[in-house]
Design a protein around this ligand. Structure first.
Ligand SMILES: O=C(O)CCC(=O)C(=O)O
Length: 254
């Protein structure tokens, strides 16, 4: 189903959009249970290097009860695993991405942010695209699917509306926004609180962050990062494993 024109306009103005209840309960439970299995470290088909432990646990400053509870995020899952790939190809998500990026779409990367109880750390203000997405132009939209309720207390994502319109922003300015946020001097930042099954969509250049998880429960969000298949790939071609998920590949492009 196409995204209504009014919502498309809102996305391009703000740089993000919330779509409530996009996934049904079965879809959420399947992904959540699968994520728990992969996070146990027992899934033989997911390389260990795709699982990233919370930095303070690595430094010995925090402790987690289980290996799964020490994880900050798991990456590139859809490229190894059918359940995550099926989510990345979910027509309900791709219809929205198509309304924003056009008919030819590739999955560039994915990240399942685990935000473990009590020790899930802050993600500083950043733009996604300059952090390892080698594309030109920056036609990139992420679907962030809430696999559990995401709230201010458990570390939901915060957006700075409209900042995608500034192009690539210098890292020193990211730091300025980060400091202002830490000092509660950034009235324009908006929390994206989501019920499990709801999704937010954000542009690859919007400044966003997420806060620590202060609760006793995990906050899980599965981010699938899509790009237009018309983008040029700006790194070495052999590193390009972007997966066509809708439409067609275009010769000479990603
Ligand atoms: O979920 C988070 O904590 C961070 C999300 C994020 O940075 C992203 O989806 O690009």
């Amino acid at each position: 189903m196409k995204l209504p024109e009014e919502q498309v306009k809102r996305f391009w103005k703000d740089g993000f959009l919330i779509v409530e209840n996009l996934l049904d309960e079965n879809e959420v439970v399947r992904l959540r249970e699968h994520a728990e299995w992969v996070a146990s470290g027992e899934a033989p088909h997911i390389p260990g290097q795709q699982l990233q432990v919370e930095p303070r646990v690595l430094q010995g400053k925090d402790q987690a009860e289980t290996y799964g509870d020490s994880l900050r995020k798991m990456s590139h899952l859809a490229f190894y695993d059918e359940t995550f790939e099926a989510h990345a190809r979910n027509p309900k998500i791709l219809d929205i991405i198509e309304s924003l990026l056009g008919p030819d779409i590739k999955l560039y990367q994915d990240q399942l942010f685990m935000k473990p109880p009590r020790i899930g750390s802050r993600q500083r203000y950043h733009q996604d695209m300059p952090l390892g997405f080698h594309i030109d132009p920056p036609d990139m939209v992420t679907c962030w699917a809430a696999l559990s309720d995401s709230t201010i207390e458990n570390g939901c994502v915060w957006m700075l509306p409209g900042t995608h319109q500034f192009g690539i922003i210098e890292r020193s300015k990211w730091e300025t926004y980060e400091q202002m946020s830490l000092e509660s001097r950034l009235p324009e930042e908006q929390p994206v609180e989501l019920k499990a099954g709801s999704c937010s969509f954000h542009h690859g250049l919007i400044l966003h962050s997420s806060r620590p998880n202060l609760t006793e429960k995990r906050r899980r969000g599965y981010a699938t990062h899509y790009v237009s298949a018309k983008c040029h790939y700006t790194a070495s071609p052999e590193k390009n494993d972007a997966m066509l998920v809708r439409g067609r590949s275009i010769p000479g492009c990603i």
